[in-house]
Design a protein around this ligand. Structure first.
Ligand code: HEM
Length: 296
């Protein structure tokens, strides 16, 4: 069978000049590394955990460096700085894909291609779908970051000990509820939930229930020293088969950011800015903070 260009074959070049990529593939490299060839060819597909760490830390340091000469920052805007860039990049990719498809009949079966071929969605809905998929993990993390900064600003002792992320998730309730549908009749305590009914498990109700978390309405990061973090009473990332796959990434991003933030700055809120659930949580005034540079 002959392959023609456009078939969904693995990436790489054929026979030019004469040996194709064979020399690059065979090029000697330390045996405890995968070598430059594989490094190049794999890196476009996946990034390893240490590379993510470097990226995350670099971005955190970059943002904090840009605050060096500032007295105040609007934290929510800072935490989302990449939003408009992501949005225009997604639009450009869709445009490019469309014009390329117009020129060739090559069929790709990736997520974007399948989405573009759906006739029942408008152009705007398609862009919004891609953005939502990307931003679902992005908006939540930037909001949790803002929540941590907001709560730490009110608790200098917690800042010193850095025990906040779980408590900000419990107390801040970044995701208030999730959507579920009963696929069959379900008995829950005294209730029967008929098949086909929509169910919204509300995490906030459990997180702020004082019979479940003592003094639930108080921000008290030290509770986590004694409390089990994996119990069903604490579900900021959902649970079961739809549980958030980005939970550890979100925590790592925030831990890196906090580490550098606390090494360089102390801050106070300019104004009372109570986060509100609409139900998406927002700081109405954007969380304006006054910065004090410190050296440790
Ligand atoms: C503070 C940060 C975050 C919070 C509070 C959060 C919360 C959640 C929750 C509650 C769900 C479950 C939705 C459901 O059951 O219907 C979920 C799902 C999901 N999250 Fe996150 N998330 C966060 C960060 C992230 C990050 C950083 C990523 C990716 C980089 C991400 C990607 C996803 C994806 C793809 C799903 C859908 C999983 C599925 O339906 O199988 N999240 N998230």
């Amino acid at each position: 069978m002959f392959l023609k260009l456009g078939d969904n074959v693995p990436k790489g070049s054929f026979g030019w000049p004469i040996l194709g990529e064979t020399l690059g593939f065979l090029k000697p490299h330390p045996s405890n590394t995968i070598g430059a060839f594989l490094q190049d060819h794999c890196s476009s597909i996946t990034k390893s955990k240490p590379e993510f760490f470097n990226d995350i830390e670099r971005i955190a340091v970059q943002i904090l460096n840009s605050w060096k000469d500032k007295q105040q920052v609007m934290f929510c805007e800072e935490a989302r700085k990449a939003r408009s860039r992501i949005s225009s990049r997604v639009k450009a990719i869709i445009e490019e894909r469309r014009s390329r498809n117009g020129r060739s009949c090559g069929v790709r079966n990736d997520f974007l291609e399948i989405l573009l071929s759906v006739d029942t969605l408008s152009e705007d809905e398609k862009v919004s779908f891609v953005l939502d998929s990307l931003l679902g993990g992005y908006e939540t993390t930037s909001l949790l970051m803002a929540m941590v900064v907001h709560l730490l600003g009110q608790s200098p002792t917690a800042s010193e000990q850095l025990k906040v992320i779980n408590e900000a998730l419990r107390y801040g309730n970044i995701v208030k509820f999730v959507h579920r549908k009963a696929l069959k009749d379900v008995k829950f305590r005294d209730h029967l939930i008929p098949s086909g009914w929509k169910v919204l498990p509300v995490f906030t109700a459990v997180h702020l229930d004082s019979s479940v978390h003592a003094d639930a309405l108080q921000f008290h990061p030290w509770r986590w020293e004694a409390q089990d973090q994996t119990c069903k009473k604490f579900t900021p990332f959902g649970g079961g088969s739809r549980c958030c796959p980005g939970s550890e990434l979100a925590k790592i991003e925030i831990a890196f950011f906090l580490h550098h933030l606390l090494q360089n700055f102390r801050w106070t809120a300019e104004d009372v800015d109570q986060p509100m659930a609409y139900p998406y949580v927002e700081f109405g005034k954007g969380l304006l903070i006054n910065l004090d540079r410190c050296s440790i």
